[in-house]
Design a binder for this molecule. Structure first.
Ligand SMILES: Cc1cc2nc3c(=O)[nH]c(=O)nc-3n(C[C@H](O)[C@H](O)[C@H](O)COP(=O)(O)OP(=O)(O)OC[C@H]3O[C@@H](n4cnc5c(N)ncnc54)[C@H](O)[C@@H]3O)c2cc1C
Length: 218
């Protein structure tokens, strides 16, 4: 066993997952096909626009928002009108509740801060009846993309310093290892080292193979 958990991808999703695991005291092997210079993935280049609902920034600008209005907007795009839409709908509701409640404090506690003006992205028809956000909800991270990556990268690097996190860069996952219906590990190709700048194309030349296993969940 190489760690309690293996996280594939050191983009923002992988960094947040790893940070959560570190805060819970678990060991993590963080695997990414690119070099360490690419940490943060797309989020580094993003605008850092964060979805929050009924925030102080919105209220200061006179924007009236609520869980009901967001769900109406979300339904306007996604519909959620098929049987198989059950889990996406439940996920949307959980995420909207998070974005209305805990999310702001969750980010702030980790050192994230916001530009005071709320933008209006994905506005669709800009009507509460149609698709898209009917009010501005696009909260811009102070420092844009790097400002959203930094708090989580910091926790992950602290985890490395504390011996909880190990990095495996230039490790391309090709396959999940499944035992008795449970994913227990990953296998793939070790790629040759690269000195390419962040996000520049990199070589796919393999110099070896790897297999890592993690603790199966009970
Ligand atoms: C210019 C731009 C602006 C944006 N602006 C915003 C915004 O303002 N607000 C917003 O919410 N979103 C925005 N986005 C979208 C947002 O940045 C992305 O949705 C988000 O960063 C994706 O994070 P991720 O960790 O899921 O994926 P990624 O950042 O793509 O990370 C995936 C990681 O997994 C690694 N990987 C992939 N396959 C393998 C494999 N087989 N083996 C090993 N490693 C692998 C990759 O190398 C990468 O490091 C923007 C995106 C761009 C490009």
């Amino acid at each position: 066993m190489d760690s309690d958990v293996i996280v594939v991808g050191a983009g923002l999703a992988g960094l947040v997952a790893t940070a959560e695991l570190v805060e819970a005291g678990h060991t993590v092997l963080l695997v990414d096909q690119e070099g360490e210079q690419g940490i943060g993935g797309q989020a580094f280049w993003s605008f850092g626009g964060v979805f929050l609902v009924d925030s102080p920034q919105q209220r200061r600008m006179g924007i009236k928002d609520s869980v009901e209005l967001v769900m109406q907007d979300w339904r306007g795009s996604a519909q959620f009108d098929r049987e198989e839409d059950k889990w996406p709908r439940l996920w949307a509701e959980a995420y909207v509740n998070f974005a209305t409640g805990e999310k702001r404090a969750y980010l702030k506690e980790r050192g994230h801060s916001l530009f005071p003006i709320v933008g209006w992205a994905e506005r669709g028809g800009a009507l509460a009846e149609g698709h898209g956000n009917s009010v501005p909800r696009f909260h811009i991270t102070w420092g844009t993309g790097p400002g959203i990556v930094e708090p989580f990268e910091k926790i992950v690097r602290q985890g490395v310093a504390n011996g909880l996190v190990r990095f495996a860069f230039r490790h391309q996952v090709d396959e999940l290892i499944v035992s008795n219906g449970t994913v227990t590990g990953v296998r793939g190709t070790i790629l040759e080292p690269t000195a390419a700048e962040r996000a520049a194309p990199t070589s796919r030349v393999g110099v070896g193979e790897f297999e890592f296993t993690a603790q199966p969940s009970s």
